[in-house]
Design a protein around this ligand. Sequence first.
Ligand SMILES: Nc1nc2c(ncn2[C@@H]2O[C@H](COP(=O)(O)OP(=O)(O)O)[C@@H](O)[C@H]2O)c(=O)[nH]1
Ligand SMILES: [Mg+2]
Length: 634
Amino acid sequence: MAKHVVVGTAGHIDHGKTSLVKALTGIDTDRLPEEKARGITIDLGFAFLEDPPGPVIEIVDVPGHERFVKNMLAGVGGIDLAMLVVAADEGVMPQTREHLAICSLLHIKRGLVVLTKTDLVERDWLELVKDDVTALVRGTFLEGAPRLAVSAKTGEGLSELRAALRTLAETVAARGLDQLPRLPIDRVFTVRGFGTVVTGTLTAGRLAVDDRVQVYPKGVEAKIRGLQTHGHPVPEALAGQRTAINLQGVERAAVERGDVVGLAGTLVASSLVDGTLELLADAPRPVRSRTRVRFHVGTSEIMARVLLLDTAELEPGQTAAARFRLEAPLVALPGDRFVVRSYSPIVTIGGGTILDVDPPRFKRKAPALVAHLALLQTGSPEVIVEEHVRHVGASGARLATLLGRVPFGPEKLRGLLERLVAQGRVLVVDREWYLHPESSARLRALALAAMEAYHRANPLKPGMSREELRVRAGGADERVFATLLTALETEGVVASDRDKVRRASHQVRLTPEQERVVDRIEQEFLQAAASPPSPEEALGRAGVSGGDEHELFKFLVEGRKLVRVKESLYFHAAALDTIQNKVVALLRERKEIGPGDIKDLLGISRKYAIPLLEHLDARRVTVRTGEKRVLRGA
Ligand SMILES: Nc1nc2c(ncn2[C@@H]2O[C@H](COP(=O)(O)OP(=O)(O)O)[C@@H](O)[C@H]2O)c(=O)[nH]1
Ligand SMILES: [Mg+2]
């Protein structure tokens, strides 16, 4: 497939951008009736140049009017090359500077400068304007870039411009496909018979027909019914292509410019993002914390308050760590560049790089936050991933969750996690689920402390329930907690018995007096066999008062010496086994028995006979048929 390169125009109003695009491509990008009537560009326009086998050059024509810089920003977010247009008769003007600053802030790497309307000026004048432009682009990404003089009216210089664009387009590196696909929406419309269509530049990854997608930040779910790139239906769109998506299952009204199409369940909508803030050297005034700004990322514009993290005031030309509290949710990924404009007057004052889209909610802990951001900004890819796993804490992080928070695609992230696991810097909870060793150590300390506290408070209990321990250890995720317990058992630190766990070193120790009481109670039940005493009676005969809530009675039940058959009715475990054997033997002989047979067999009253039969039913030894019992499975 031919390479696609997106070129964005930039420059002051009336400098001939739209005329130039039309002269180059034959396409009039001013489509709106109002644009036609007023002769100015209000919103974005789209055109393309196809010259096989050369790259397909897609052009986004932006408005130059200062009132529509917002639309210009939505258009240049995804471009590869900037074409800065300066009218030879007017020279450098305010939006020439502002658009250049915006392209620089967005880290657009390459482009060219076009001096238009050369038919209107003399040679000498053109030379003066060229000098101005040289001074303007000095120190920017356009320093040393190709510079062409053209006239859209006479056609002079157009073929040279086409050739220059083509040469430049050849140098644009293909975008990475190992990234979460994202398409910041710049237009939404309906096509009769097809429904909702959105367009934008696919900034990363690939999207295919039938993909399940979501429109973020609202999370509206949809399926891709069709895809087009510059007018042709395609089965798949790749990073860098201007793409139209026909969305199935979405109302036109549910989607707007600024929203982002991504695969279902991949992106994060956040009202808080952290990053760097670079104030332009010619920003009109310093920025203080709580300053209200317009935050532009992708095709969206969202109001936000700046919180400076390591300085009280940011001077023009300086850079600082900043948190942005957004007035509506934003969808971005770390590494995205953004532009900031002042609330009033509306001028571009700076921009920066997003470092964290799901930042820790630290309060008054700016130094820790600044250190965290410094790691995300300058750390190696491994350090960045480790830092994110550290920050999710005891719940651990799943690969799918991490993907929406790191500047790496799925393949790269998998590789990084594998390396971190091999180095012991990240632990595995389960498939594609990770935990930081610090979180594991913290959870381990909490769990051991909770167990010790429990043993101190309940010296006669052999152990505590796993669930109670999990809750007392801070309510860690069940899977994370189970992994920890397994590790502790393997190490021999913790022992478990069915759903009860204890410190391996824990032993129930009775005083001589307690031992005497326990022995006596046990003897009472053993001797009484099939006609056991009530708990109160047994305790009374051992010289203590109380019922089955007494700690020594519970000790016998938990130690499974005594078995509860129904409320207030306990049997000694050995006695129950004997009873069961006798009943089974009788059933083998008679095939079926009733309560009367049990009474005779064991010499007991109905008070015991009925609960015992029900207990044997519950133990799945017998089955009831009418008033009779038969052996289960017989
Ligand atoms: N003489 C001359 N006029 C031009 C040329 N290019 C554009 N214009 C005129 O300049 C005005 C503004 O052009 P337009 O393309 O709308 O500028 P934009 O606002 O930068 O898009 C229009 O009246 C055009 O006809 C040119 O190369 N020569
Ligand atoms: Mg225009």
